[in-house]
Design a protein around this ligand. Structure first.
Ligand code: CA
Length: 236
């Protein structure tokens, strides 16, 4: 079903690597696997991947370093697979650029469901043909490019999906649950941490002063809004 989706699995445990790889292939994905961080970095320099399944504890170059050094354009999605599984590590992984975090052990069904959810965010939403501006931030929904001060801002697929939801409804408040359901999927509506982390990530990339945002506004305890409220001329 997903011939065009290329997946890179980075996992040093041989048994686990083989098990995950066969689950991916059975799931219809075009997947390759490497056992360490050096081979992962080589692959990422020379090939395009849609999604990386990334173990954190790896020989030579660990998963954190790979996350920090991702430079492809467009950026691939990343699902961290880790045995450590503390809440702090999950937050750190999301904060460092991962799209999702899966704690070992996990079943093939859960893995494939997470992959589908992450890849779904990459698909352009139909009928969007406009660009939205707030100050010097421009979100071109047609070209799927965001820029600040005329310079392109590099966004991950999940960051882009969240920004699209906000920008398509510029001036209107988007509730937490709505954003979680539309960007992450209905099963995530209670997982506010994802939303908080990704709002912070977008602010760091788009706002002049992320602590005093003017592009992505917190609306009380309800949600977030892109740009000034509709009809609020004072802020435009
Ligand atoms: Ca490992």
């Amino acid at each position: 079903m997903n011939d065009s989706d290329r997946l890179l699995l980075v996992e040093d445990d041989p048994g686990l690597r083989q098990a995950i790889l066969s689950a991916l292939v059975q799931g219809g994905y075009n997947a390759v696997a490497v056992p360490d961080g050096i081979q992962a970095a080589q692959r990422l320099r020379s090939e395009m991947f849609d999604l990386i399944l990334l173990d954190l504890g790896l020989p030579f170059v660990d998963g954190w370093e790979i996350l920090a050094q991702l430079e492809a354009q467009p950026l691939p999605s990343v699902i961290v697979i880790s045995a450590r599984g503390s809440e702090g590590e999950k937050v750190r992984a999301l904060d460092s650029g991962a799209d999702d975090y899966l704690t070992k052990p996990f079943g093939a069904d859960e893995l494939l469901a997470r992959i589908r959810a992450v890849l779904r965010r990459v698909r352009p939403s139909p009928g969007t043909q406009q660009s939205v501006r707030c100050g010097d931030v421009v979100v071109d929904l047609t070209a799927r490019v965001a820029s600040r001060g005329g310079e392109e801002v590099r966004l991950t697929p999940t960051e882009w999906a969240l920004l699209t939801e906000l920008a398509e409804h510029a001036g209107a408040t988007m509730e937490h649950r709505t954003l979680l359901a539309r960007v992450w999927g209905p099963e995530y509506v209670g997982d506010r941490q994802y939303l908080r982390t990704f709002i912070q990530r977008l602010r760091r990339k788009l706002e002049r002063d992320p602590a005093n945002p003017t592009v992505i506004i917190t609306v009380g305890r309800h949600g977030y809004r892109f740009g000034p409220m509709i009809g609020d001329a004072a802020q435009t």
